[in-house]
Design a protein. Sequence first.
Length: 185
Amino acid sequence: MNEERKVEWLHEGELMAQQRFGVAGFWQEHNLQAMMRQSIPANMVRFFEYLPFFFIATANNQGECDCSFRGREVDSAGQAYPLVKVIDSQTMIFPDYRGNKLYNSLGNMIVNGHIGMLFIDFESRTRVRVNGRAEIVDSVAAYDDIFPLAHRYVRVHVEQVYGNCKARIPKMKLQPSSDSELHDE
């Protein structure tokens, strides 16, 4: 027998906040189902793969949070590599490049696999959140055909995808980096 998994759209804290701030019952299950997806819709794949950067949020096993920026890598010839790659409707991969060697995000992923990803296109004022479980892929060869400069990869098993409204997102146009800016750290 194929049993369908019961989806809890809002957790206890969200329900408590809605009660506290006078909007309990505002979000009905059918509205949440229309907004929140449990997989990546086909029409969002290009959006994720096209952007030059995104933000991630992770937490350690005590729940202490860290937020980090992730951007495209550009080689010395000016070749820009993909930001993320959507493998299927439940999975996306992003590369881990050389950094400050603190491993804040990866360290958090080792002890607590929950990850939040925020993608913003400031030109179209579009914002999409992805929440899921992160897993570090240590094999450099695993996705080197996509991300040849990566030291390792993060595979995200998608649990929730949803867009946000455009309110308070400034409309901005990104400018290309100069060659001297590409490899500064």
